[in-house]
Design a protein around this ligand. Structure first.
Ligand code: SF4
Ligand code: SF4
Ligand code: SF4
Length: 321
């Protein structure tokens, strides 16, 4: 049980996790100015995911061709044949390159930095040393640190240790989670949270399966459990629904979600509907992956208003970060 580590300071500070990014001055990931720590690894595969570089638990090479000056250094350095057919790597060769002796040799001399590694192993101490530099901003703005991903609880020991350390530093903490994971891991992090954003993508099991690769049984169970934990430990719980055309954007879809919420949640603060966007599309290309939703159009403002109105009429508090 990760909760048993609570008094082992050395183990907590030395816990390592795979981090993709630490973003400062974030304004959409909770109250006030925040630093968002993106962890790698996610147990589900949402077709609309805007952070595909966070899905796998291990480091990957990303390539943004628009900055490439065609110097050829990467081709000369890769001895595994990943670039033998051109600058767009053969991803079947690149898979798990981090395990090789000359791991990611293609990246090292790419001076324009259009080839990078997504995912870096860091200790809790290293992350906390970075995020605490912005303490004055947190204090002035009512902000703090948000642990995001990927799914933070894909690395439960690291997420737990980081949240615990942040709390001991009196830093306001938030987590963004898809809700998939072990119930005991959610219970372990609950005492160290000020705010939890939990996804409630759909209450329809089959749709959830076909659009995310996983059904929603475990997720629905965990978010309801977190409603109880929010009362026990005094953190705010906000449910988030990404509105994806064709998946959950009908009036009936949102009404079903609202009915599930009003029936099962007693202590949560409210909900936020997030309109689908295409901002992550370039990242799929950088990973050599196919973006399935090329033809999808984001919902209009009018449509979002209509969907929000349904929840509002059901007595649900609405947030917009
Ligand atoms: S090393 Fe970088 S800039 Fe040079 S060819 Fe490779 S990707 Fe392009
Ligand atoms: S990730 Fe590895 S295999 Fe792929 S191009 Fe770079 S060095 Fe070669
Ligand atoms: S839960 Fe989040 S990180 Fe995981 S696949 Fe879905 S959108 Fe991406």
């Amino acid at each position: 049980m990760i909760g048993d580590m609570e008094n082992n300071t050395e183990e907590i500070f030395n816990s390592t996790g795979m981090v993709t990014n630490i973003e400062r001055y974030a304004i959409n990931d909770g109250f006030g100015l925040r630093t968002t720590v993106f962890l790698k690894g996610c147990p589900i595969r949402c077709k609309w995911c805007s952070n595909p570089e966070t899905q796998k638990l291990y480091p990957e090479m990303v390539f943004f061709s628009d900055k490439c000056i065609d110097c050829g250094e990467c081709r000369r350095r890769c001895i595994y044949g990943g670039l033998k057919n051109g600058l767009n790597a053969d991803r079947t060769v690149c898979e798990r390159c981090f395990e090789r002796e000359n791991a990611f040799a293609c990246v090292n001399k790419c001076y324009p930095q259009c080839r990078k590694i997504a995912g870096k192993e860091m200790t809790v101490k290293e992350v906390s040393d970075i995020v605490k530099r912005d303490m004055p901003f947190y204090q002035l703005s009512g902000g703090g640190v948000t642990v995001s991903g990927g799914e933070p609880l894909a690395q439960p020991k690291f997420a737990y240790s980081l949240l615990l350390v942040l709390k001991k530093l009196y830093i306001n903490t938030a987590i963004e989670t898809c809700g998939m994971g072990k119930e005991e891991d959610f219970a372990a992090i609950a005492p160290y949270l000020n705010l939890a954003f939990m996804d409630l993508k759909s209450v329809d099991k089959e749709k959830h399966l076909s659009w995310t690769g996983s059904d929603n049984d475990n997720i629905l169970h965990n978010i309801v459990a977190m409603d109880g934990l929010s009362a026990e430990y005094g953190f705010d719980l906000i449910l988030r629904t990404p509105v994806i055309p064709g998946f959950n954007d009908s009036l009936a879809d949102i009404r079903h979600i609202g009915e599930f919420v009003t029936k099962n949640f007693k202590n949560y603060k409210g909900m936020e509907l997030l309109p689908y966007h295409k901002l992550g599309r370039g990242k799929y290309i950088s990973l050599g992956r196919n973006y399935e939703l090329k033809e999808l159009t984001p919902p209009s403002d009018e449509k979002m208003e209509e969907l929000n109105q349904i929840l509002y009429d059901m007595g649900i508090n609405l947030y917009q970060f």
